[in-house]
Design a protein around this ligand. Structure first.
Ligand code: GLC
Ligand code: CA
Length: 559
């Protein structure tokens, strides 16, 4: 994909397991995605990012891959995949796939060989160590999914390292043969016709080779694995090689999931000679977490916590490009998390969409975001599938929370909030399946579903459609692509506002990010209101009602 193409593109993320089931087994599938391509075309998106669809024991819903070059049988076949690539291409939609390179499943053949014996040729493809000599693991690193990051394997009496679940052993990026096998796999997918990759958890691939224990940061005596495994010195050598030998040429679209990159190193990642096309940043979505990332210690957030990291990132990007998002499969639904109860309607959802869509970068829409899907509240932890939620629930109980309190944190933060089945219509199970879904459908599907939302006047769906078209309009695209970014009302703790300027053209957005009525004075004489979710707003208005937004411009545009 050429730079000019992805710079004007909008990406739609599909979580295959939850998108559309065509054979009644309760599991979304590739034919189900093909059946909805016209829906996506109508929305106006250009690129689909497909979360993993490879064979997997599903300990982490496909992020535990047991064969990089196959298709999970419950999702379909390789013929289905080829058909999806073709049918998407025919509609001018490109497919970007998830590359999970930090780890595989423990059921991958590579790991089966590696774990078989100490002298197996693939032994060194994973990270094996003996215990600490006192019957414990090699060090005190805590995995991201809870518990020790080391798992004992009695076949060879050693431990293997896993940053995530124990069914996700980490690959050893110091091993050249392993890296070569990864690059070949990447070439194979490129030859098949994928346009690019979303590169999973990539800042974890380099480990501190000494594997030292660090001072504990929790009552479990352990320390977050980030200390020894996140963005470690030496990682850039691996990333440079991945770019040169894996992606090979500049026309491959790559978006990195790259937590932990310090602001002053971002240029290395996405600058002109950077490792990736763009990367996901996290501060604006992790605004309710403390450093320990424990959900039972969640903190109150302010409008500053949301806008400051976004604005800082926009200002930092000179040559670079951003991946703009407010939802994905690891985050709660944006309506439930950013908007006060009682205000979670089309009006506020339109404001959320407008706020991130006019920044410099490529906007991502997560399935269901375009119809205002919300968090789910299962009455019991047993209904949850997400491994992280179950660990977090246990942490909360172990730290003195009652079951009700622990559950309340899961309601807020669970990754299942965005993994519930897509709501297509008001028929049983929201039209996702004729069987019983792998994860319970959100009970609000009779009101919140594609069919009902699309039929409503002034709907959220139509708004996204128009917002996408707006970004791409020839008079507007250069402002979005090249325009300078200027934050407005920066100290204000209610309003999110910014201006984009290119040559003598401007677009300005003002949004009230709170449930209060706030006074405002625009500086927009002679400017046209392009669109607002409050018809009464104009350059002379004095107030923004809760969650109002307005976009002004000196470019003429018929919304
Ligand atoms: C990424 C994915 C997440 C997954 C983890 C391990 O953070 O987005 O869903 O659990 O990597 O692969
Ligand atoms: Ca199915």
């Amino acid at each position: 994909m050429k730079e000019s193409e992805w710079k004007n593109a909008v990406v739609y993320q599909i979580y295959p397991k939850s998108f559309n089931d065509t054979n009644g087994d309760g599991i979304g599938d590739l034919p189900g995605i093909i059946a909805k391509l016209d829906y996506l075309k109508d929305l106006g998106i250009d690129i689909i990012w497909l979360s993993p669809f490879f064979p997997s024991p599903m300990a982490d819903n496909g992020y535990d891959i047991s064969d990089y070059q196959g298709i999970e049988p419950s999702f379909g076949t390789m013929e289905d995949m080829d058909r999806l690539l073709f049918e998407a291409y025919r509609r001018d939609i490109r497919i970007v796939i998830d590359l999970v390179l930090n780890h595989t499943s423990d059921e991958h053949d590579w790991f089966k060989e590696s774990s078989a014996s100490l002298d197996n040729p693939k032994r060194d493809w994973y990270i094996w160590r003996s215990g600490d000599g006192n019957g414990g693991p090699p060090n005190n690193w805590r995995s991201n999914f809870g518990g020790s990051a080391w798992e004992w394997d009695e076949r060879t009496n050693q431990y293997y390292l896993h940053v995530f679940d124990k069914k996700q052993p980490d690959l050893n990026w110091e091993n050249k043969d392993m890296r070569k096998a990864i690059y070949q796999m990447i070439h194979w997918w490129m030859k098949k016709g994928v346009a690019g990759f979303r590169v999973d958890a990539i800042t974890y691939i380099k480990k501190n080779k000494e594997f030292p224990s660090f001072e504990a940061d929790g009552s479990d005596g352990m320390v977050t694995i980030d200390k020894g495994s996140l963005n470690q010195p030496g990682i850039k050598k691996h990333l440079q090689e991945l770019k040169e030998k894996g992606f090979r040429h500049d026309e491959v679209f790559t978006v990195a999931e790259a937590p932990g990159v310090p602001a002053d190193e971002i240029e290395d990642y996405i600058g002109e000679h950077g490792f990736f096309t763009m990367l996901f940043e996290f501060d604006h979505v992790d605004l309710d977490l403390t450093a320990s990332a424990k959900w039972y210690e969640m903190k109150e957030w302010t409008v500053h916590d949301f806008k400051k990291p976004l604005f800082d990132s926009q200002r930092r990007l000179q040559e670079g490009w951003s991946a703009l998002y407010i939802e994905n499969h690891d985050q709660p639904r944006s309506l439930s998390r950013f908007i006060h109860e009682g205000f979670r309607h089309t009006h506020s959802a339109q404001m959320l969409a407008a706020v991130y869509f006019l920044m410099k970068g490529t906007p991502y829409i997560y399935q269901g975001q375009e119809i205002g899907m919300t968090n789910v509240e299962y009455p019991d932890i047993s209904s949850y599938n997400d491994a992280v939620s179950r660990h977090q629930y246990d942490y909360a109980l172990a730290n003195g929370c009652s079951e009700e309190e622990a559950l309340a944190f899961i309601w807020k933060r669970s990754r299942d909030n965005t993994r519930t089945p897509m709501q297509w219509d008001d028929s049983q199970q929201g039209g996702f399946t004729e069987g019983s879904p792998w994860l319970e459908t959100n009970s609000n599907y009779p009101e919140v579903n594609v069919k009902t939302v699309k039929a409503a006047s002034n709907s959220l769906y139509t708004f996204y459609q128009k917002l996408i078209a707006f970004r791409k309009h020839t008079a507007v695209a250069p402002i979005i692509e090249k325009g300078a970014f200027q934050a407005l009302f920066e100290e204000d703790d209610h309003i999110v506002a910014y201006k984009r300027t290119y040559e003598n053209q401007e677009i300005t957005l003002y949004a009230n990010f709170t449930a209060e009525r706030v006074p405002v004075s625009f500086n927009e004489e002679n400017r046209q209101v392009i669109v607002s979710n409050n018809d009464g707003l104009g350059p002379d208005s004095l107030w923004l009602e809760p969650y109002d937004f307005v976009i002004f411009s000196n470019v003429h545009y018929e919304w």
